[in-house]
Write a protein that binds this ligand. Structure first.
Ligand code: C2E
Ligand code: CA
Ligand code: CA
Length: 569
């Protein structure tokens, strides 16, 4: 085709271009190709002409997905992109990308114009920002753009898989950023080798990668890819270091979401709201990835509706909690602690409650996990501590124990406690701090310092939920702990259960031999109280002695009606 005004023969220009171009029929047979296309494959034009694209663009890991590409083109998607890995006959490997679009011949037949790019020659063929400079994989925005072009198709399954290396920070910090970079490049190579042809691999940032899986037959196929990648990445990578090669193991966690583009849009989406968008898919894959990490890493999780609900719950609780702290919606209930010898009250444990404007009075189980994760727990603990100290001022004969998250032991806690006591003129012995056993076993220097400061101050430290932690008991010798609180799971089956009986007896023996006070939790019956008293336990808490209740329940104001105590545990 010659343009009369410029004298340019378009066909000739295309054939001589330095860009790999080919024309195939709708079954993928190569009808015409230019020299650049053949050169990329280290073959001749004559050798390739007439062959099937799936055979030419293939490796032991898979082949260019002709049917999937053509199907998407026929559905009206203007260009379909994919990654291909080609094992050339001379043993070299081409990491390439394909860009396919529909065209019509002079005779009116539909053909595919196939562009082949070498992903190794970065920066030349795409605008800057499309590729990650280190791994040459596509950038986050390029992957999102690719995904966006796929979504309008009204049939087929699309999968998005996000991957995150477990403990990559340790590699970077201990072996240096150069080794870290090599690990990332090695991971990128393995991902490319492990995906099917036509899948798109990108780097989202840091040690996060993404794979877009097209043309899936079912969810199981996507899960297979995820497992294959997880396995291949778990094998050690050989990295060249300054003192020779070294093997580095970097397990990976993956999160997968698969959507059926043919499924009717979610009714909740409403008119005008897109049912699916690329960013939402990525977010769902990341939610599944978080679940994989929470399960210990090195595994894959598939996104479910329940995960989305949990994310929404957490976000709602976090937002509401911030407001609750500003508006003073937190309350403190007090549960009595009694001496088992005579059932006389010796003090209280302060337990937080949330007077939610819509949901009523909430127990810690409804919000404390979120508060721990987002860090708000330290603000909650601070409110409860202040409230408990004010309580001690109002009730001079009493003692209070407050629960404290390990997060609060950041080097400022003991000082804050000392200041609170001093300001109110309170004796430190009237306050105790309860810490979960699990928060102490790490042997962290800041935590140890806080405990030593509390001990010097004269504030007792009690180990809460004792028996449920890892119990590397050596810390009992190292740390200035004052008492053990037996977890209520060991009390609930007493007095009949033999194992519980032995554990309770062993723990009280441990407390005695270390000179620690012993408190058992969750005592609900007179039989349990009698059994534990006989074993030698000093104090107890539980519904049998009193449920957690507001201050007025224990100290009715003169003239005011005594409030009815509601069970709040
Ligand atoms: P915990 O420290 O082990 O507190 C004892 C829990 O057992 C309380 O649940 C209490 O209501 C419940 N309980 C007491 N006696 C009985 C009984 O006889 N039977 C049964 N079945 N349960 C009993 P609650 O108030 O729901 O608190 C749950 C957990 O939340 C606490 O367990 C504690 O770990 C945490 N927590 C509570 N308040 C705070 C706080 O202010 N700060 C922090 N960081 N954690 C808190
Ligand atoms: Ca406690
Ligand atoms: Ca406890």
């Amino acid at each position: 085709m010659q343009d009369g005004s410029t004298g340019v023969d378009l066909a000739q220009v295309v054939m001589s271009a330095a860009v790999g171009l080919a024309v195939t029929d709708l079954r993928g047979r190569l009808l015409r190709l230019n020299d650049a296309f053949a050169e990329l494959l280290h073959r001749s034009v004559d050798d390739l002409q007439g062959r099937a694209t799936a055979e030419v663009l293939s490796s032991p890991e898979g082949a260019h997905d002709v049917d999937g590409t053509v199907e998407q083109l026929l559905q009206g998607i203007p260009t379909v992109t994919g990654d291909v890995l080609v094992h050339r006959r001379d043993g070299s490997v081409l990491r390439g990308q394909t860009l396919s679009s529909l065209a019509t011949t002079g005779a009116g037949t539909s053909v595919v114009l196939l562009q082949l790019l070498d992903a190794g020659t970065r920066g030349r063929r795409r605008p800057v920002g499309d590729h990650d400079a280190l791994t040459h994989l596509r950038s986050r925005s390029a992957v999102l753009a690719d995904l966006t072009t796929r979504l309008p198709a009204r049939s087929g399954l699309v999968g998005v898989l996000t991957c995150d290396l477990d403990r990559f920070r340790v590699v970077n910090e201990s072996l240096g950023h150069r080794v870290g970079d090599e690990v990332l490049v090695g991971v990128a190579r393995r991902l490319l080798a492990g995906v099917r042809c036509g899948d798109v691999v990108g780097r989202l940032g840091d040690d996060e990668f993404v794979v877009v899986l097209g043309g899936l037959t079912d969810v199981a196929e996507a899960v297979d890819v995820a497992h294959r990648l997880t396995r291949s990445l778990a094998a050690p990578l050989e990295i060249e270091g300054t003192d020779g090669p070294r093997e580095i193991r970097c397990a990976v966690s993956t999160g997968l979401v698969v959507v059926d583009l043919g499924a009717p849009p979610c009714p909740k989406a409403g008119p005008g709201v897109p049912a699916l968008d690329a960013a939402a898919l990525l977010r769902d894959a990341n939610t599944a990835l978080d679940a994989a990490k929470a399960a210990g890493g090195g595994c894959c999780r598939v996104f479910t509706g329940a995960m989305r609900e949990e994310v929404i719950r957490r976000l709602t609780v976090e937002n509401d909690l911030r407001r609750a702290l500003e508006r003073g919606e937190l309350r403190v209930h007090y549960q009595p602690v009694v001496r088992l010898a005579d059932h006389r009250r010796t003090g209280f444990e302060a337990l937080v409650r949330w007077q939610h404007p819509d949901r009523g009075l909430l127990l810690p189980a409804e919000f404390l996990d979120v508060a721990e994760d987002c860090g708000l727990v330290t603000a909650i603990d601070a409110v409860v501590l202040e409230e408990a100290l004010d309580f001690l001022v109002r009730h001079p004969g009493d003692r209070v124990a407050v629960n404290t998250s390990a997060r609060r032991l950041d080097g400022t806690f003991a000082t804050a406690v000392a200041r609170g006591l001093r300001r109110r003129g309170l004796a430190p012995e009237r306050l105790a701090v309860e810490l979960l056993e699990t928060s102490l076993v790490s042997g962290d220097a800041t935590t140890d310092g806080e405990l030593a400061d509390l001990a010097r101050l004269g504030v007792a430290v009690l180990l809460d939920d004792f028996g449920t932690g890892y119990s590397a008991l050596s810390y009992l010798r190292r740390l200035p702990v004052s008492g053990l609180k037996l977890d209520r799971s060991f009390v609930s089956d007493l007095p009949d259960d033999v194992t519980s009986d032995r554990i309770a007896a062993a723990v009280v023996g441990l407390a005695d031999s270390f000179g620690l006070s012993s408190i058992c939790e969750g005592v609900e019956t007179a039989a349990q109280a009698a059994h534990l008293a006989a074993q030698g336990w000093e104090s107890a808490q539980g519904f049998h002695f009193g449920v957690p209740a507001p201050e007025e329940s224990w100290f009715p104001r003169v003239g005011a009606p005594v409030p009815t105590v509601q069970v709040s545990a």
